[in-house]
Design a protein around this ligand. Structure first.
Ligand code: ATR
Length: 280
């Protein structure tokens, strides 16, 4: 039976990330570094898991000393029926990114919400309007995170308008047609699309530079490259920014806390990530 990772359990606890295709992930780096920092007998591995193997993977958790999982695309929603329970946050988002044991039950939680919200909270941003760009999986945790902080009114725009309309109705927020997003003036702007990400979208921005306004806050959840065109242009106009690495950092710290009950040092973990990502 699985349990929380503690010192001296006598049996090496396994943890890992499941997704498909998994590609490069920074999660093993952060969690294995954390385990060695606290002297915990645990190891975190990347487990590429195609959709047809998801159910047997969850069965493995129940029969082996597996203390937890990170869950990524395409399993975040599909895993829910195989778990014993999910937290209110995971329910609100409709997706699980963290699996853990509590009192003999296998739980699902969503630390993307705290990962997104924490960088705003530490800057004391808890009010004002926000426009979310994109209506894919990542937008769900972002919208719940903004609502948890009490930020509003919220607006949603997406390339495929119908998708934004549907999601906006689900969360009872405002729909903005993609073509009119530049006219939506809000205190906070959040990019949840892959535009700007390394690869085919690098060097692109989901926002016209001339539509930024002083006093705004631009938040990109893309973390590679660290400074996307969206953030670079925002900064050049004196707009405050939050980089995507912040969201990755805080969702990982929250996962580590759930699995081990320990808090990793924020600045040291950020430096570890920045070194791995940008070599700085
Ligand atoms: P998901 O999160 O569902 O896996 P994604 O491919 O990461 O999907 O895309 C996330 C969001 O970014 C989607 O809402 C997508 O818009 P569509 O609903 O129109 O597909 C948006 N997106 C992806 N590529 C885009 C682009 N080139 N321009 C504008 N929006 C884009």
């Amino acid at each position: 039976m699985g349990q929380q990772v503690r010192c001296g359990q006598g049996e090496t606890q396994q943890l890992g990330i499941i997704g498909f295709p998994l590609g490069h992930t920074l999660s093993p780096l952060v969690h294995n570094w954390g385990f060695s920092k606290f002297g915990l007998d645990a190891v975190y591995t990347a487990w590429p898991t195609p959709p047809e193997d998801l159910e047997s993977m969850v069965e493995r958790i129940r029969s082996e000393p597996i203390a937890g999982l990170s869950v990524t695309i395409p399993h975040k929603t599909a895993i829910i029926p195989f778990l014993d329970s999910i937290t209110g946050l995971a329910h609100a988002v409709g997706a699980v990114n963290t699996v853990f044991w509590r009192d003999g039950k296998l739980w699902g939680d969503n630390t993307d919400v705290a990962g997104f919200a924490k960088p705003l909270a530490v800057r004391d941003v808890r009010s004002g309007s926000a426009l979310v760009l994109g209506a894919g999986g990542a937008a769900l945790a972002v919208i719940v995170g903004l609502q948890e902080l009490g930020i509003g009114p919220l607006y949603l725009a997406n390339r495929t308008d119908e998708k934004a309309e549907e999601l906006a109705a689900h969360f009872d927020i405002n729909f903005i047609p993609w073509a009119e997003r530049g006219r939506c003036r809000t205190r906070i702007l959040v990019n949840t699309t892959p535009i700007g990400m390394a690869g085919k979208f690098e060097g692109l921005s989901p926002w016209n530079k001339y539509d930024f306004e002083k006093g705004q806050l631009a938040y990109d959840i893309v973390y590679n490259p660290g400074e996307t065109r969206f953030l670079r242009e925002a900064q050049s106009l004196g707009v405050n920014v939050i980089m995507g690495v912040e969201m990755f950092l805080y969702q990982a710290l929250e996962q580590f806390r759930i699995w081990t009950g320990r808090d990793l040092p924020v600045d040291e973990t950020r430096r570890l990530l920045e070194q791995a990502l940008y070599g700085t």
